[in-house]
Design a protein around this ligand. Structure first.
Ligand code: ATP
Ligand code: MG
Ligand code: FE
Length: 338
């Protein structure tokens, strides 16, 4: 039967119902971004409390939109980690309690597996093997995907994640939180070639990333500039180009190294238009297919958790009723689904 998915790892409360035969039946999302904006970043305790307020109303609304009652559900999936421990515990406790009261199996999903599988919510989903670029607020990873749950880490960031680099760079130029999408919008007004920043770690072999030096380059260029609105847009554009080209170079390398012909992009930075366009062009030129989630499923959502949970529950995987979360959790340690 349909699986209820619950996401509460950070500052978005996401709920969805996914059915392996019928697809996504409904999804709802509440973002806490406006609440945290006053503090310039996510305040963990406020996040937990807001998940407590929003989660059950969203579960009711999602089931209503799907035209289902709790009795129609076949299982429950929730994000068990990685993420903020208090926020994770809200979703895990509600999901576990619901499953226990209904006699349903429940499974704790890895948040990054959720991101990684989000493109499977779209038409024409990619079949493994593929390479996945996971670029979000907390992660920048290249993963070789041999099957669902068969993940090998090819590359990781040595310092800032790609989304974190967007957010911190935006902040140092005075853009409001959350900076990533704001910086990307500003970059559209930037002029090509006005500034140029380096493509970190592309001059040597390997698939790891490092983005913190780029932030320093931007800071120095910005401080030395006239700080006009046009300059701000020019710097934003050069920064975005540097990140996007760096990611694209490493994606191509990962495809060559793994021999895969399909590339999946997921996580919040996957919503970046320049990144999507650049990789779609590279794929068309070089003969690999490129798969993204729709924009709203790049950032955190319940649909990706419901999907990942449905696949694992269908393979007979679920856990004892104990409520446990894993604020740190290695993606490569997951059991294969088949
Ligand atoms: P993780 O998934 O690693 O735990 P997270 O859940 O906080 O981290 P996501 O919700 O996947 O991260 O993505 C949020 C990040 O994506 C933020 O850093 C945000 O700035 C970035 N982001 C969102 N839209 C864009 C965009 N259009 N361009 C660049 N960055 C973006
Ligand atoms: Mg978020
Ligand atoms: Fe996320």
């Amino acid at each position: 039967g349909p699986v209820l998915g619950v996401e509460t790892s950070c500052d978005e409360t996401g709920v969805a119902v996914y059915d392996l035969d019928r697809g996504l039946l409904a999804h709802t999302l509440y973002s806490q971004i406006r609440m945290h904006a006053d503090y310039g970043g996510v305040v963990p305790e406020l996040a937990s409390r807001d998940h407590v307020r929003k989660l059950l109303p969203l579960v009711r609304e999602t089931l209503a939109r799907a035209g289902l009652g709790v009795g129609d559900l076949g299982g429950v999936a929730y994000t068990a980690g990685p993420g903020l421990v208090g926020a994770l515990l809200v979703g895990a406790t509600a999901a576990r309690a619901l499953a226990w009261s209904l006699g349903l199996p429940a499974i704790g999903v890895h948040h990054m597996e959720g991101h990684l599988l989000a493109p499977l919510l779209e038409p024409d989903p990619p079949e493994p093997p593929f390479v996945a670029l996971l670029v979000s607020g907390g992660h920048s990873m290249l993963i070789e995907v041999a099957g669902i749950g068969r993940y090998t880490l090819l590359g990781d960031t040595l310092d800032d994640a790609a989304g974190e680099a967007f957010d911190k760079t935006a902040k140092l130029m005075g853009l409001p939180y959350p900076g990533g999408p704001a910086l990307a919008r500003l970059a559209e007004q930037g002029r090509a070639g006005a500034f140029r920043f380096s493509r970190p770690m592309t001059d040597r072999p390997g698939l790891d990333f490092s983005f913190s030096g780029l932030k320093t380059q931007v800071l120095l260029a910005w401080q030395a500039s006239d700080r006009s609105e046009q300059t701000k847009a020019d710097v934003a554009r050069a920064f975005e180009e540097a990140i996007v080209e760096t990611l694209a170079i490493k994606c191509r390398r990962a495809l060559v190294q793994s021999g895969a012909r399909r590339l999946v992009i997921a996580g919040g930075v996957g919503a970046n238009r320049r990144l999507r366009a650049e990789l779609a062009d590279a794929g068309a030129r070089e003969g690999f297919s490129v798969h993204f989630p729709r924009f709203e499923f790049c950032t955190d959502n319940g649909a990706m958790i419901a999907l990942a949970g449905a696949l694992r529950l269908a393979a007979g995987q679920h856990e004892t009723p104990a409520i446990a979360v894993r604020p740190r959790w290695d993606l490569a340690s997951l059991p294969p689904v088949a």
